[in-house]
Write a new protein. Structure first.
Length: 307
């Protein structure tokens, strides 16, 4: 079972880069990143509900009333992450955004392991693992600075987007831990995933309504969906796969290993997105410093995972 989750976690991480590109197209088609996120989480939740029904585990929903309420709110993180990818990829680029996501993920996963919170067994990091964490942050910094024109483009506004990327990355391991608690409560991983995306849907509907009430943001236009490429719908599949993989992998291979493998998949896939302009995103030159940052980051992930 452990051997299965190693490649699965790696692929699930790579799908996050695919999800971001697909959701960027959905955002363009609707004219609203928040409407796009709402559509994406609704589809993902529906997909998982159908799988739960097909697998015969749908009756696990009856156990929800006895579950602590906060075990069921992991889906908020999905809304934060998906909306952030739509906003950040066009502004920071795939490699820079994912590098900051990774830094946030590793910080949160190390905190979960070190302090043993949210049901994660306490595992104080070894010195080599701490060295790996430093390598991760050094790599993320090199990736950001290696972005062409990064030094000239740094501003308070850009720093704000970078902080959002760190936060969006940090919520993912927290979501995995919370969803892991819900799975311990009711079993049935696809039901847990359905609950997670149902909460994400409610969160995004609230964000959407607040956006319309407090700003002059244009109303979403669904007519553009007909012209959207077919792969613009893949975000829901990618999100459902990632969320389900993480909270099922953590109890088997541990938080650091699960996050480390998904991180590696994210960064490798994002290089291709930036280099070749996949998913109709702008092509971005990848400098030697950025390649060095990616290599350093992956070495750090390997050190954390092994030790």
């Amino acid at each position: 079972m452990e051997a299965l989750f190693v490649p699965l976690s790696l692929v699930a991480g790579g799908l996050l880069a695919v999800q971001a590109g697909a959701n960027a197209q959905l955002s363009k088609a609707t004219g609203s990143p928040f409407a796009a996120t709402t559509i994406q989480v609704i589809i993902a939740g529906t997909l998982l509900l159908l799988i739960a029904g097909a697998s015969g585990t749908v009756l696990a929903f009856r156990h929800l009333p006895a579950v602590p309420w906060w075990h069921a709110i992991g889906g908020i993180a999905t809304a934060v992450y998906v909306a952030s990818t739509i906003l950040l990829f066009p502004r920071l680029g795939a490699v820079v955004t994912v590098g900051l996501f990774i830094a946030g993920q590793m910080l949160a996963s190390l905190a979960l392991d070190t302090f043993g919170v949210l049901g994660v067994p306490r595992q104080p990091p070894q010195p080599v693992a701490l060295l790996g964490a430093l390598a991760v942050y050094a790599g993320a910094a090199a990736i950001v600075l290696g972005q062409k024109g990064a030094a000239q483009e740094l501003s308070l506004s850009k720093l704000g987007w970078m902080l959002l990327a760190l936060l969006a990355g940090a919520v993912l391991p927290v979501q995995g831990a919370i969803n892991g608690l819900l799975r311990s409560d009711i079993g049935a991983p696809f039901v847990v995933g359905t609950v997670s995306f149902a909460v994400a849907t409610l969160s995004m509907v609230m964000v959407l309504l607040l956006t319309f009430a407090l700003t002059d943001a244009p109303k979403p236009q669904l007519s553009g969906l007909a012209k959207m490429p077919w792969w613009g719908w893949l975000g829901a599949f990618c999100g459902a796969t990632y969320v389900t993989t993480v909270f099922t992998a953590i109890p088997v291979i541990g938080t650091a290993a699960a996050v480390g493998l998904t991180v590696a998949g994210q960064q490798i896939a994002s290089l291709f997105v930036d280099r070749y302009g996949w998913f109709r995103l702008p092509k971005r030159e990848i400098s030697a410093l950025r390649y060095a940052g990616v290599a350093t980051l992956l070495i750090g992930v390997a050190l954390i995972q092994i030790f």
